[in-house]
Ligand binder design. Structure first.
Ligand SMILES: Nc1ncnc2c1ncn2[C@@H]1O[C@H](COP(=O)(O)OP(=O)(O)O)[C@@H](O)[C@H]1O
Ligand SMILES: O=C(CO)[C@@H](O)[C@@H](O)COP(=O)(O)O
Length: 556
């Protein structure tokens, strides 16, 4: 058999990227990025200009199809390979990114008469306007002693399926009624490629409270939330849930034509971006925490038992690698915080200085911030610019910078923000490690490890652990391509299991980030201070952040 390839498509927050991968060694032969034409929709709906409320974040499903139509032919052309040698395609997505569809699988926002209704659109993972529903979901589950709650660290997030679905029902009952199904965007895109509506066990497990043995929560629980939700699982969440690496179907003639591929090739079931990255850095055993570091961070680790860990996003059997329990935790803003600072709060002289030095603003700030020793800025920040996803699981928490004086410099604030996100990760590492899910070493992938070395050294120092870095520009896409190889199977030139695929295709860099003992010592002290602030503002002693939000809302 000659050389064979698969394509992985990674759907991020701002763009979709396709990677063409050689199955023999995981080499990324070509890659192409398609930015979403409609970006993140968080102020006005496209077309109607309908204004969105606070904390909304939507996307346009047409943008996802454009990625397939543009980036897939682009990687084929760039590589110069024969498209007949591509034996499969897989995708990974942000999650829970969900949408209501009609009986034909058409997104409701494509219906002209519904296009001006915000609830007919895709709700992006970082849509945070369903917190009131999430609060009730948690309170009622706790009251009823629902057995699923501990599997999600004691709290279901407002980012997830049930809170988003219930918000639609609460605020737009007609859209809820009109929806034939609520789908993860990853499953919707797969349905567009195959003509089959198949759900995947990863998003169902982590984001929609589905369990391999127990299925969805009981009718009685849904009824206790709202009688209109009683049959949600059998109706609008219906559909077969297939394990990762299985085949969702063959690529349809129509899609094969627009994508420049062969009809009938294997299309793997959908996956989550962060989870797909785990085998792509070669992690198929416990003890290794994988951080997908970009706009946000997702932290994934494998275990042999189901343990209870405060605030984790979830533990799902076979959720990442078959045969093991996959744990997920996360921080809902990391790169986004640095971007906020650069775009919204930086003095013009920094932009000018960076331009004069011929480097980017982040590079300038990184260079200047690296000149400080740990603790030397006198600053400490709480990294909750987009709420807290773990350990507190509360999207109503907000950011904080402490210790500023008239002498505080922009690079000091930048450093404090990098450190704050590292402390947030340390909270998660400690939560796992202290609750029976050992964390020995960290693995990093995503855009940030390539972009900011200071950030990575700070993470190694704050967590006091070595960090291995992915040797791939597009790690989740590589993972998606690996699952596509499994969906295609060995007989077609792919692999029979993700473990086999990882052994041949995963790649990491030789150079690692190692903790520097003097830094570790200072960061221990700062982390103790961070923990005090974390508990004071995050565990109810002082709810000032929530009160400010309420005052803000009533002032609008
Ligand atoms: N040099 C840098 N240092 C720190 N953060 C950066 C730097 N350059 C870009 N970023 C941030 O990285 C994030 C994008 O990460 P990336 O992994 O490329 O995308 P995504 O999260 O969409 O997959 C943005 O939030 C951006 O602000
Ligand atoms: O929440 C998850 C995965 O569970 C992510 O999709 C979400 O944090 C978005 O990730 P990105 O920062 O866009 O890579």
């Amino acid at each position: 058999m000659g050389k064979k390839y698969t394509i992985g498509v990674d759907y991020g927050t701002q763009s979709g990227r396709a990677v063409l991968v050689n199955l023999a060694d995981g080499q990324e032969v070509a890659d192409h990025v398609t930015p979403y034409r409609h970006h993140v929709i968080d102020e006005f709906l496209p077309g109607s200009g309908q204004k969105l409320e606070y904390d909304w974040a939507l996307q346009h499903p047409g943008d996802y199809l454009e990625v397939l139509k543009v980036s897939v032919p682009a990687v084929i052309e760039q590589s110069g390979i024969d498209p007949a040698d591509v034996i499969g395609i897989g995708i990974d997505f942000t999650a829970c990114t969900m949408l209501p569809v009609d009986e034909l699988g058409e997104p409701l926002c494509f219906h002209p008469e519904l296009a001006d209704q915000p609830h007919s659109w895709v709700k992006l993972w970082k849509h945070h306007a369903a917190q009131p529903e999430a609060d009730k979901i948690n309170a009622i589950a706790a009251e009823r002693g629902e057995s699923f709650l501990p599997r999600y660290g004691g709290k279901i997030s407002s980012e997830w399926m049930m809170a988003k679905v219930w918000q639609i029902l609460d605020e737009a009952p007609a859209i809820y009624e009109r929806a034939d199904m609520f789908l993860e965007a990853t499953d919707w895109v797969i349905s567009q490629m195959t003509g089959n509506m198949v759900r995947n066990s990863c998003t169902a497990g982590y984001k929609a409270i589905w369990h391999k043995q127990d299925g969805y929560p009981s009718k009685a629980y849904f009824k206790a939330l709202d009688p209109r939700l009683e049959n949600l699982a059998e109706t609008k969440l219906r559909g077969e849930v297939r394990p990762l690496g299985s085949r969702a179907g063959g690529l349809t003639e129509t899609m094969a034509e627009v994508m420049g591929l062969t009809p009938g090739i294997a299309v793997a079931v959908g996956n989550v971006d962060a989870h797909a990255a785990v085998p792509a850095v070669g992690v198929v055993t416990p003890g290794k925490l994988v951080m997908a570091m970009g706009t946000s961070i997702c932290h994934m680790i494998l275990g042999t038992e189901e343990k209870r860990v405060e605030g984790m996003c979830g533990v799902v059997e076979d959720g990442i690698i078959p045969g093991l329990y996959g744990y997920e935790a996360g921080q809902s803003a990391v790169g986004d915080i640095f971007e906020w600072y650069v775009e919204e709060a930086l003095p013009a002289y920094v932009t000018e200085a960076a331009a004069a030095d011929g480097i980017g603003i982040h590079q300038w700030l990184e260079r200047e911030a690296a000149a400080y020793k740990p603790g030397q800025t006198g600053l400490l920040a709480l990294d909750w610019w987009n709420g807290n996803r773990s350990v507190l699981v509360d999207t109503d928490l907000t950011g904080l910078i402490l210790g500023m004086t008239l002498l505080t410099k922009p690079q000091e604030i930048y450093r404090a923000l990098l450190e704050a996100t590292a402390f947030g990760t340390r909270k998660i590492v400690d939560a796992f490690h202290e609750n029976g899910v050992p964390v020995d070493v960290l693995y990093a992938c995503g855009g940030l490890p390539q972009k900011n070395h200071l950030l990575m050294q700070i993470y190694a120092d704050v967590t006091n652990r070595e960090i291995v870095v992915a040797d791939s520009k597009q790690t989740p896409a590589l993972g998606a391509a690996m699952f596509a190889a499994v969906a295609a199977g060995q007989a077609q030139g792919g692999y029979d299991s993700i473990i086999d695929a990882a052994a041949k295709m995963a790649r990491v860099k030789e150079e690692t980030f190692k903790p520097i003992p003097e830094h570790v010592e200072v960061y221990e002290q700062l982390y103790r201070e961070y923990s005090k602030l974390h508990d004071y503002f995050g565990r109810g002693e002082n709810d000032v952040m929530k009160r400010l939000k309420r005052i803000k809302q009533s002032a609008e």
